[in-house]
Design a protein. Structure first.
Lengths: 217, 243
């Protein structure tokens, strides 16, 4: 089974859901993390502590909560999303978003606070100031993206619970590995594991290359 | 000379204490005012307040006759420029750093190129144009920082101990150049320093701030010969002993 049509379909679905979840996490985590890092308001430390806890959310717990929400009798049951790739994207976004948010906040808080004053003192608007801070912290922010992607491409609990591991529909690499192991097909499971590791390595290699090219410039 | 800045009955709170209190202070257009005082006296607070980066608890500041609190923050900040003690350059080339404020203002590429070239030449750093900010020395970085502020041709230049981290010869050179530029362009500037001689050479008047209070304002000679109270006299004596 390792290199047949099914395998490529599973691989492509894995990449599609994890890339989508990472992209959505970035859209949520980058502004939210920036707000937490630059904002000065009551409750900021509390929210940061929640986000930091969220960075270690067990995927199986996320899967359980999302499954309960999307279940036919659940509050979002009428959306008919349970056992669809969209459900996996939702669950993986919940896993990756705190990672991206927390690392974005930590990265921006590590910058010299006077840099913000300097940029504003040079006539930057708030958006221009934030853009320059992101630019200045681009290498650790890229690391946040890598960490976010890493947290979802390798998870299995949430994908299994909300996706159902349905062949041709919601089966991704990690759930396929679990299935093949359960069947005692260790060679297939091992082949899929190697494939998952190679893909993860290639994507991280590309991101790391972009990151280090930025560091050398 | 008309006043560019008029400060009346200002108090600034920072960290739960009164960090700055000024009854009255005017800064004339084209004047360089040096602000001298011990560490933590409130000198930087004055500059941050004038850059609208912190708000006073009460009091009034007028800029060009307009109440500062009523002016749009961004529009006002685009009339001024701020140089910090550390150059705070961004991780880009020296010329890109100098161009930063002009880019924020949406200047054309041609205008940016001309003005950046002009000011990098004025400050003797044209050869550093393509070098990354991380690859230049402290003195060169501070020149880039000055060029970044001057290129904006601001109505008000705020300089917060810009040379304090530099070695004495570099510091003396940059002070001479800064002094010449300020005089030539009739630029209004507020220059914070620990050094009374620097203050005397660069400015028309000196303001002494101690423990958050503006104690005395006047020409260097008057400050040195007629300190207004014992606190100022003791501070000046301490400064003289340190030189």
């Amino acid at each position: 089974m390792v290199f047949n049509l099914d395998t490529w379909q599973i691989t492509l679905l894995s990449l599609r859901v994890s890339a989508s979840a990472t992209a959505i996490s970035l859209l949520i985590g980058l502004p939210f993390g920036t707000w937490l890092a630059l904002g000065n308001f009551r409750g900021r430390s509390f929210i940061l502590s929640i986000i930091n806890t969220g960075m270690a959310l067990p995927p199986v717990v996320v899967g359980l909560v999302v499954a309960m929400m999307l279940w036919r009798s659940g509050p979002l049951g009428n959306l008919n999303l349970v056992y669809t790739p969209t459900a996996i994207i939702i669950a993986q976004t919940i896993i990756a978003a705190p990672v991206v948010t927390g690392l974005t906040a930590a990265t921006l808080q590590a910058l010299d606070p006077r840099l913000r004053q300097q940029l504003l003192g040079l006539g930057a608007s708030t958006l221009q100031m934030i853009w320059m801070l992101w630019r200045e912290a681009r290498l650790p922010l890229l690391a946040a993206l890598i960490a976010g992607f890493g947290s979802v491409i390798s998870e299995v609990g949430a994908s299994m619970m909300v996706g159902g591991n349905i062949q041709g529909q919601t089966r991704v690499l990690t759930t396929a590995i679990v299935l093949e192991t359960d069947k005692g097909e260790f060679n297939v499971a091992l082949g899929l594991s190697v494939l998952l590791l190679v893909i993860t390595y290639l994507i991280n290699l590309a991101l790391t290359w972009i990151q280090q090219r930025g560091a050398k410039r | 000379m008309t006043a560019l800045i008029e400060i009346h009955d200002i108090a600034v709170q920072r960290g739960g204490r009164e960090a700055l209190q000024i009854d009255t202070l005017d800064i004339a257009r084209g004047e360089t005012l040096a602000v001298v005082g011990p560490n933590g006296a409130g000198k930087s607070t004055l500059l941050l307040m004038l850059a609208k980066l912190i708000k006073p608890a009460h009091g009034q500041i007028h800029f060009n006759g307009n109440l500062l609190s009523t002016l749009n923050d961004l529009e006002y900040r685009r009339k001024i420029s701020f140089v910090f003690q550390d150059p705070l350059l961004l991780d880009m080339s020296a010329e890109e750093n100098v161009a930063l404020g002009l880019k924020f203002r949406g200047s054309t590429k041609e205008d940016i190129r001309m003005r950046v070239n002009h000011w990098m030449k004025q400050l003797g750093i044209e050869s550093l144009a393509k070098r990354r900010a991380t690859q230049i020395s402290g003195g060169e970085a501070q020149r880039v920082s000055l060029a970044r502020a001057f290129v904006l041709e601001p109505e008000l230049l705020l300089l917060d101990e810009p040379f304090s981290a530099l070695d004495p010869p570099t510091r003396a050179n940059l002070l001479d150049e800064l002094s010449a530029l300020l005089v030539r362009d009739h630029r209004t500037a507020i220059f914070v320093t620990h050094n009374l001689n620097e203050a005397a050479n660069l400015s028309q008047r000196i303001a002494i701030i101690i423990k958050g209070k503006l104690m005395q304002v006047g020409p260097a000679k008057q400050i040195k010969t007629k300190p207004v109270n014992e606190e100022v006299a003791a501070f000046l004596k301490e400064l003289n002993q340190a030189i």
